[in-house]
Design a protein around this ligand. Structure first.
Ligand SMILES: O=P(O)(O)OC[C@H]1O[C@H](O)[C@H](O)[C@@H](O)[C@@H]1O
Length: 543
């Protein structure tokens, strides 16, 4: 990859791009040239270190990497997850019922809509109160027990769309094996009125099964009856045998399939908490928004294709400027969990070091992704964004309209949302800094001025949508999914496995009996020392 003509051309082009301030001064149409409206989102990518030629070269690289062919292959259900020999078909989860996607000769869209209509029935019964707990009371609290993709997506969307939530239902998400997590939730709910959704693609995940057992024990110890279990426990999974073995009736299981990656699963039965919160119509709107973006991604020419553009800008920074991280900064409190959700989507997908053929890559792959809502972040880490020695490309997101009616908050929020990318791009020169300090005596001025200089030329994208609603949220999430996909193609990695999470799990399984039985196995002196310390300190504390 890094020896291709497109790659080499980009490598020598880096030095040719003037600072952004200059580019804006010389081109009054820069915003028009480098912005795009699609799927309810205005994306301004003009505050990037790019010229028209940069974009041409980046699109050459995308073409050389075979992005167009790979997009087709994904949508058609080819087994592009090569290490697991699986298709990658989260896009089939949002197809209309009259469309078809064939996998091994079977139309998977039929399965998708069969499960959607089962979800529909369940959702309306729970929301209307027709679904009753073991004492005949309706459900008030839904506790989703899952981790990773079986937690982050539904949790992020339920929170993001809380405005649309049916207000007599409350949602809780338990993921961590740390018992504190479930204990705190169980303290807030009543067994009579609580519905537990055990969400796990594999239904073998230690955290989820442990938490689910704890929830069931709590239910039975607090007045719940064995006959009542089916009224209070449902499973969202691909693994019917394991669901049965756990004791959940398959009638209460909402199914999905191995061609849905965990981090791409919120569109499947894993989205049941979303549907319970905003209703099935809202959930279908979310799917429709993702479908809008799928269509855009599949059909728009690369030059006007938002996921491709954002992906290639990311490649530009990661590989040709060697910037390590990428910040996602929603100026929308409802998107509080969006960066955290994207961490799994992006870092589990593209945190890879071998190419598809198993050879070590000689180029950088996925960046560190992180972020917090604005304006909070401004009062925490933006100092580094503006004046630190490292450059962090940012995505700023904001709604034009708020979903509340409190005072002038939204204008202030938007002013900040607009000012930060401007400040990052423009910076402040030494002369400007000195001019601002003109009231000071010259020696004080020159002592202070360097601290007030902002280098500027720091890149960002701004994404603006009307107001946060299911449809545009669906488009936004799918935008990032496809961006990650394109980058994985360019980096020639398999974005769809996650083998890097295995080793730690295996070692934890080896250490657990040592902690329970008090014997130390074979470890390096650091790990052995820590185990010994924990065991002896625990004994002392328990005395
Ligand atoms: O849904 P589950 O099978 O319980 O998996 C939950 C999570 O577990 C693993 O650690 C994977 O790295 C994640 O990709 C996955 O989302």
């Amino acid at each position: 990859m890094d020896t291709s003509a497109a790659w080499t051309a980009l490598a020598s082009h880096v030095a040719e791009v003037p600072p952004m301030r200059e580019l804006f001064e010389h081109d009054p149409d820069r915003f028009e040239r480098f912005s795009l409206r699609t799927c309810g989102i205005l994306a301004d990518y003009s505050k990037n270190r790019i010229t028209g030629r940069t974009m041409d070269l980046l699109m050459d690289l995308a073409r050389a990497a075979g992005v167009a062919e790979k997009i087709d292959a994904m949508f058609q259900g080819y087994r592009i997850n090569i290490t697991e020999n699986r298709a990658v078909l989260h896009t089939a989860l949002r197809k209309n019922a009259d469309e078809a996607v064939l996998l091994d000769g079977k139309n998977v869209v039929e399965d998708v809509h069969r499960v959607l209509s089962r979800m529909d029935g369940f959702v309306s019964r729970v929301r209307s109160g027709a679904w009753q707990g073991f004492t005949g009371e309706p459900i008030c609290d839904v506790v989703n027990i899952g981790i990773g993709g079986s937690d982050l997506g539904p949790k992020m969307v339920v929170e993001a769309l809380d405005f649309y939530r049916q207000k007599n239902l409350n949602f809780h998400f338990v993921s961590n094996i740390d018992g504190t997590h479930i204990a705190r939730v169980l303290n807030k709910v009543r067994p009579e009125t609580t519905l537990f959704l055990v969400a796990s693609k594999t239904f073998t995940t230690q955290e989820t099964l442990t938490n689910a057992h704890t929830a069931r024990d709590w239910f039975l110890a607090n007045g719940g009856t064995r006959d009542g279990v089916p009224l209070h426990f449902a499973a969202l999974s691909t693994n019917e045998a394991a669901v049965r073995a756990f004791g959940i009736d398959p009638a209460n299981m909402f199914e999905f399939w191995d061609w849905v990656g965990g981090r791409y699963s919120l569109w499947s039965a894993i989205g049941l908490p979303i549907a319970l919160s905003i209703g099935m119509d809202g959930f279908r709107e979310l799917l429709a928004g993702a479908r809008d973006m799928d269509e855009h991604f599949r059909t728009a020419p690369f030059e006007r294709n938002l996921p491709v553009i954002l992906a290639m800008l990311g490649v530009w920074y990661r590989n040709f400027h060697v910037f390590d991280s990428h910040a996602v900064l929603p100026y929308d409190q409802y998107l509080e969990f969006f960066p955290r959700y994207l961490q799994q989507a992006d870092m589990e997908s593209n945190g890879k070091r071998v190419a598809r053929d198993g050879r070590d890559v000689s180029w950088d792959t996925g960046p560190i992704l992180w972020g917090e809502p604005g304006t909070n972040g401004q009062h925490a880490f933006y100092q580094l964004l503006h004046q630190g020695t490292t450059v962090i490309p940012c995505d700023f997101l904001a709604p034009v309209h708020p979903l509340h009616e409190v005072g002038t908050h939204h204008a202030i929020l938007l002013a900040n949302f607009l000012a930060q990318p401007e400040a990052l791009m423009r910076g402040r020169t030494r002369e400007e800094a000195e001019a601002e300090l003109s009231v000071l005596p010259p020696e004080k001025r020159s002592a202070l001025a360097p601290h007030k200089v902002f280098p500027g030329n720091r890149p960002s994208n701004s994404l603006v949508y009307d107001r946060l609603a299911p449809r545009v949220l669906g488009s936004l999430i799918a935008l990032y999914e496809h961006k990650i996909f394109v980058q994985g193609i360019v980096w020639d990695i398999n974005s769809f496995d996650q083998m890097g999470v295995e080793l730690g799990k295996q070692l934890a399984n080896a250490i657990l009996p040592e902690l329970l039985e008090g014997a130390t196995g074979r470890h390096d002196s650091s790990t052995a020392g820590l185990i010994r310390y924990c065991l002896s300190r625990r004994n002392e504390l328990e005395e």
